[in-house]
Design a protein around this ligand. Sequence first.
Ligand SMILES: NCc1[nH]cc(CCC(=O)O)c1CC(=O)O
Length: 307
Amino acid sequence: MSKVIRIGTRDSELALWQANTVASALNGLGVKTEIIAVKSEGDLVLDKPLYEMGITGIFTKTLDVAMLQGKVDIAVHSMKDVPTALPQGIVQAAVLKRSSAIDILLHKGNLSFLEEQEATVATGSLRRKAQWLHRYPKHNLVDLRGNVNTRMQKLQDNDWNAAVFASAGLDRIGKKPANSIDLDWMIPAPAQGAMVVVALADDEFTLQTLRSLNDFEAEMTTHIERQFLRTLEGGCSAPIGAYASYNEKEDTIRLQGVLLSLDGTEKYDYDKTVSIEEWKKLGFFAAKEILDNGGADLMQRLRSQLK
Ligand SMILES: NCc1[nH]cc(CCC(=O)O)c1CC(=O)O
């Protein structure tokens, strides 16, 4: 059968790179592809912080609709932009082998501001902001929105000291500058650095084809991180980080999770290593532990603050 798989994607450089990666992999299996790029609401409205727009899935909604209308067969996303509950009729078809999940700091050649009280750091993410303020309580945080290229330009155009990015995004488009350092103390967003392909639940041919693109380790670690997020959040974009890593030699999984107040003064951490057999429920139990130890009360307050 010579069915062409139509790949829906956002039209940013990073999104197109990701879609092309999936296209190449499919072409390698002898499957023909066509890339269809669309603008998402998240890319069109740039003057509001993401959390103010209130909804999760602002980057993925347009493509969900295109798929449900039969205009594309699959969509490729940065997995951290995908809401933990997929729309009815759409399923996760493959998680690609994961690259670096780490956050990095882009600066201007001088890192002495890290030792100083006065400094301005840019990020649009509540998770990055809260973790930054927890570590550097006196620093000034400013909002930064836009795709990776836009955000790098804004850093140059303003007198901020630095801005936070996902390493994976810059690595993929080959634009990681020399002026950057790894923020190895910052817990990444759930599923950061992972790419996911979604498809229609009843599209057997496509689902079957995409199975061979799935990387089990990436599927497992992102499942754990997203389960942690889903169990904590209850539908709000709170400052939550999670990173699960597989230790092949020990056959164990380590989960690091964090929930913070917006100003970073309150912080709940989780960090445990368990046997691989426990992977399916690890995110759930980790989140429950945080909720039971004061996290539920913080989530309640966050929900009213973010309304
Ligand atoms: N929310 C934007 C977004 N979504 C995915 C990535 C980078 C790639 C990834 O994390 O997989 C980025 C950019 C960033 O956070 O700097």
